[in-house]
Design a protein around this ligand. Structure first.
Ligand SMILES: *Cc1c(COP(=O)(O)O)cnc(C)c1O
Length: 421
């Protein structure tokens, strides 16, 4: 029964373009409209209950039912008034937490979305270095950022969206992820004009592609040799992969700048950039790279983010998530070996996905692009939903586990895969 969702979407289509406020939500024929969440589950407006692996596309590390200390921190901030446009202590507390736990970060600037973080990081890298070029990964995602909405390669680029001027991407150089020779060629062609290499350390927006052995180290070395900044977009991986240290901790590679979002706001709108003091102090008001925001460092968000991360540290959340993740991925590998031997199970910690590859293995974005996306979107996802497991609408989006998920939820998810694969 999905009449309620259908009716909501019918109304939505009149007043919201595509019926949604973020394009990825426009699932065909219509999305599930959510009434509420509980633990690791969501319930739609028709009363259907699902194991939720969307989890807000990543922010909900703890799930839908916030633990008491997190609720208390949010309520306290709310009681004091929503926001002020003046500094509050909780911003300093959350910044200190990030600085204490993420290896490369000495200072932080909070913003309001991952998009804003990557826009600011690109401007900062260009302002700090006085250079123009930004090397990005083909198929990589950094939010609705004009500089990175790009298609092409070293020999030619074009905007990947209408409304983005060719001039906005003129100095963006897309290269294939996990292909060191391609980055080397970009540096060879433009070395003294490269401001930054910007990449997710694990591509988590395109089926999940892990870095090949030595690849991130190679990027680090090339940036050092050419005086460019290495910028890790950890909007998804931050405080999810590698626990509180992020993917940079897990892989042992230290960027100059890092962007955050999602988990660090505890479920409220957030973004952040952090890095070396000399780079960060190029931002206004110390330096001359403009950056500002009415809602930045929002006290309710800061309180939610800080309480979430403190809870995660105190309660061993990352250990629980890694165990559940291993259990789930290992169950999926058994199922895939049995039923769809060309498919590939990817992910680590609380990220997972089965990519419907045509040959076993995900080493590059090309392997994901060639996979059976139509089968995934049109047949597999609806079949999972009908068995009570909610996945994001397409094969490119990462799937998540949260602290509230249980072994029983993992069993439910595995049984649904067993039936739907
Ligand atoms: C989600 C995401 C963004 C954009 O964040 P928003 O808060 O949606 O603007 C940027 N980079 C990565 C890697 C993301 O996953």
């Amino acid at each position: 029964m999905h009449e309620g969702s259908r009716d909501c979407y019918d109304r939505a289509l009149s007043v919201l373009p595509g019926g949604v406020n973020s394009s990825v939500r426009a699932i065909r024929p219509y999305p599930e409209f959510v009434a509420g969440g509980e633990g690791g589950h969501v319930v739609d407006v028709d009363g259907n209950r699902y194991v939720d692996h969307v989890l807000g596309y990543g922010p909900l590390l703890l799930g839908h039912t916030l633990p008491e200390p997190v609720r208390a921190a949010i309520h306290e901030a709310l009681e004091a008034g929503p926001m002020y446009g003046m500094p509050t202590e909780v911003e300093v507390d959350l910044a200190s937490f990030v600085v204490d736990h993420v290896p490369s970060v000495e200072q932080v600037r909070f913003v309001n979305s991952g998009t804003e973080a990557t826009v600011s990081a690109v401007r900062l890298a260009r302002g700090f270095t006085g250079r123009r070029k930004v090397i990005v990964m083909q198929g990589g995602y950094h939010g609705a950022n004009d500089t990175t909405l790009v298609e092409g390669d070293l020999d030619g680029v074009a905007p990947s969206s209408a409304g983005v001027l060719p001039g906005a991407v003129e100095h963006t150089i897309p290269v294939p992820f996990n292909d060191p020779a391609a980055v080397e060629a970009a540096f060879e062609a433009h070395g003294d004009d490269v401001a930054a290499v910007l990449t997710e350390p694990v591509l988590a927006n395109v089926g999940i592609v892990e870095p090949a052995e030595g690849y991130l180290e190679r990027l680090r070395r090339l940036c050092d040799e050419h005086g460019a900044l290495l910028v890790f977009d950890e909007v998804i991986t931050g405080f999810r992969v590698g626990g509180l240290a992020g993917a940079q901790g897990a892989y042992g590679v230290t960027p100059d700048l890092t962007t955050f979002g999602k988990v660090v706001g505890g479920g409220f709108p957030v973004g952040a950039l952090g890095g070396r003091v000399d780079v960060m102090e190029s931002l206004t008001p110390v330096g001359d790279v403009f950056q500002s925001g009415t809602f930045s460092g929002h006290p309710v968000t800061m309180a939610a983010g800080l309480a979430t991360l403190e809870y995660a540290e105190r309660e061993g959340v990352y250990g629980h998530l890694a165990d559940l993740g291993d259990q789930l991925r290992s169950g999926l590998r058994d199922l895939v070996a049995d039923r769809a031997p060309t498919y590939t199970v990817v992910g680590r910690d609380s990220l997972f996905k089965v990519v419907f590859t045509r040959e076993r293995g995900v080493r590059s974005v090309a392997d994901v692009e060639r996979a059976q996306r139509e089968r995934w979107d049109r047949l597999f996802r609806p079949a999972m939903r009908d068995r009570g497991v909610l996945l994001p609408p397409n094969m490119h989006e990462s799937q998540f586990l949260c602290d509230a998920h249980t072994e029983a939820d993992v069993e439910t998810t595995l049984a649904a895969y067993d039936a739907a694969l």
